[in-house]
Design a protein around this ligand. Structure first.
Ligand code: NAI
Length: 295
C-alpha cells in the first residue's frame, strides 16, 4: 500500500461541486489526477472551473504561472472506472446514495490495484457498510472534504470498523500534504460536523416553514447573532438542498430521533428541483428566475 508521499496517481469520481475541488487540490499537490463522471458535461464544467480557479490564484500571485499550468495539465478526464486501474488512491464524490456508492465500490474493488486505497467523500453514509461491499475493507476510509474544497481548511477522516492503522496514517498525511487540518470521527451517521450542522439547517427550514421569520431575517439572525460567516439557509443552498436532505435522512434512519426528520419545505424544494446554488435556485435565486413555490 502506498504511503502518503508515494500517492502519485489519484482517481476522483464525480466531477461536481466537490469532486472538481478535490481534483484541483490533488493536482496542485503534484499528483496525476484521473477525473471521472457519468456525465460528460459535468467533466467539461469541472475542467473549466478548475482552470479558472487556478488562474485566479496565479493572477493574485498565490501560485506561480508554471505551477498553475502544471496543475491543469496533471488532470486527465476519463470515461470509465477501468481508467482508474493505476490509481494509488481513489476518492469517490458521486451522489449521496448508499446503493449507488456501494455499486461503485464493488466495481472499484475489482479494477483497482490491490494496494489502492478507496476513500469516500460521503457526508453521512456508513464507511463500514461501503467497505463491506469490497474485499479490502481495511483499505476503505472516509475522507470528508468541505465545500469548496480548495478554500475550506478541514478534512474529516472517518475510520470504518476495519480500516487499518496504515491506511488511516497514509490518508491523514496525504490530507496534510493537501494543507488541510484533519479531524478523526468514528463511523456514526453524519460523523462530527454534519451531525451538528444539519439539525441547525433543518431547524432554519422549520422556522421558515412555520412563518417565524423571513429567510433574510433567519440568515441575518444566525450570521450576526452567532458570528457565522453565512446563515443556515444560504449555507444549505451552497451545500445543495439534495445533499442536505440525503444527510438528514441518514441521520433520521441511523439515529432514530424525530429531531432529524427533514422539514417538509426542504423536501418540497428538492422535489421541485430547487437544489441550491448549483442549479441557480434554492431558498434564494442565483441569477435565475425563481419558481412560484412559497415562501
Ligand atoms: P454534485 O451533484 O455537485 O456532483 C455529483 C457528481 O457525481 C455529478 O457530476 C454526477 O454526474 C456524478 N455522478 C453521480 N453518480 C455517478 C456515478 N455512478 N459515476 C460517476 N459519476 C456519478 O454533488 P456534490 O455536492 O459534489 O456531492 C458529491 C458527494 O460529496 C456527495 O456524497 C455529498 O454528500 C458529498 N459532500 C458534499 C458537500 C457539499 O457541500 N455539497 C460537502 C462534503 C461532501
Amino acid at each position: 500500500m502506498a504511503t502518503a508521499s508515494e500517492i502519485a496517481a489519484v482517481g476522483v469520481i464525480g466531477a461536481g461541486q466537490m469532486g472538481s475541488g478535490i481534483a484541483q487540490l490533488a493536482a496542485a499537490a503534484g499528483c496525476a489526477v484521473l477525473l471521472l463522471d457519468a456525465d460528460s458535461a459535468a467533466l467539461s464544467r469541472a475542467v473549466a472551473s478548475i482552470s479558472a480557479s487556478l488562474r485566479r490564484l496565479a493572477a493574485k500571485g498565490q501560485l506561480s504561472q508554471a505551477a498553475c499550468e502544471g496543475s491543469i495539465k496533471r488532470i486527465r478526464c476519463v470515461s470509465t472506472v477501468q481508467d482508474l486501474r493505476d490509481a494509488d488512491l481513489v476518492i469517490e464524490a458521486i451522489v449521496e446514495n448508499e446503493d449507488v456508492k456501494k455499486k461503485l465500490f464493488v466495481e472499484l474493488d475489482k479494477i483497482t490495484k490491490p494496494s489502492a486505497i478507496l476513500a469516500s467523500n460521503t457526508s453521512s453514509i456508513s464507511i463500514t457498510r461501503l467497505a463491506s461491499a469490497t474485499k479490502r475493507p481495511s483499505q476503505v476510509i472516509g475522507m470528508h472534504f468541505f465545500n469548496p474544497p480548495p478554500i475550506m481548511k478541514l478534512i474529516e477522516i472517518i475510520r470504518g470498523a476495519d480500516t487499518s492503522d496504515e491506511v488511516f496514517a497514509a490518508v491523514k498525511s496525504f490530507s496534510e500534504r493537501l494543507e488541510k487540518t484533519v479531524i478523526c470521527s468514528q463511523d456514526y451517521p453524519g460523523f462530527i460536523v454534519n451531525r451538528i450542522l444539519m439539525p441547525m439547517i433543518n431547524e432554519a427550514f422549520w422556522a421558515l416553514y412555520t412563518g417565524v421569520a423571513t429567510k433574510e431575517d433567519i440568515d441575518t439572525g444566525m450570521k450576526l447573532g452567532t458570528n457565522h460567516p453565512m446563515g443556515p439557509l444560504q449555507l444549505a443552498d451552497f451545500i445543495g438542498l439534495d445533499v442536505c436532505l440525503s444527510v438528514l435522512r441518514v441521520l433520521h434512519n441511523g439515529l432514530g430521533d424525530n429531531k432529524y426528520s427533514p422539514c417538509p419545505l426542504l423536501v418540497q424544494y428538492v422535489d421541485a428541483g430547487r437544489l441550491g446554488k448549483k442549479r441557480g435556485v434554492g431558498v434564494y435565486s442565483y441569477g435565475q428566475k425563481s419558481s412560484s413555490l412559497k415562501p
